[in-house]
Design a binder for this molecule. Sequence first.
Ligand SMILES: CC(C)(COP(=O)(O)OP(=O)(O)OC[C@H]1O[C@@H](n2cnc3c(N)ncnc32)[C@H](O)[C@@H]1OP(=O)(O)O)[C@@H](O)C(=O)NCCC(=O)NCCS
Length: 170
Amino acid sequence: MIRLATPGDAGALRAHAMELFRTSEHGVVQPDEAAPLERFREKLEAGEHAKGWAIFVAVPTDDPSVIVGDVGLYPESKRKIAHNATLGIGLVPAWQGVGLGRTLMEITIGWARTHAALRRIELQVFATNGRAIALYESLGFVREGLHPARVIEPDGRAIDEIRMGLDVSG
Ligand SMILES: CC(C)(COP(=O)(O)OP(=O)(O)OC[C@H]1O[C@@H](n2cnc3c(N)ncnc32)[C@H](O)[C@@H]1OP(=O)(O)O)[C@@H](O)C(=O)NCCC(=O)NCCS
């Protein structure tokens, strides 16, 4: 089941984020840099969905206490650029490769299209993340820029990031 997150999801959402930080090769946050539970709760309690800020969560029907995927949409706060929302998505390894990423993205893009204040979705993706790039391009995202060596892994490897965008004003 996919639904908007509520304040009661704070603990499960943080546990989900921690699993992603531990397992994904394509994220910038390391486990010891995770925001505290209180920050997750505050964000969800702010009730900002009406302003174009959204977090969708995917929970298995047989265990709704666990979050297996999430997608967040975060509009800029300054008025001149508030029509741009940054998107982030993550699925736990057991739920990757079964179409959940596409479903979450389609729901989020559809939601953004109903919010007149939002005109663009933006995201940054590691150039090495072929699966994510393929998913985004198949949904209409276009490559808008390249940040050379934006990421330096703990082992010293430099990784480029690709900036992508999608028009949701139509
Ligand atoms: C990236 C992610 C959201 C993709 O969601 P998913 O549901 O696992 O996606 P899928 O496995 O269905 O793959 C999406 C598409 O990419 C294709 N694909 C898979 N691996 C690929 C690869 N290495 N290179 C190119 N295309 C690939 C698939 O065939 C699929 O295309 P299709 O729908 O036309 O068949 C998910 O795997 C994830 O959360 N990964 C960990 C965190 C992460 O990387 N987040 C994104 C950060 S920007």
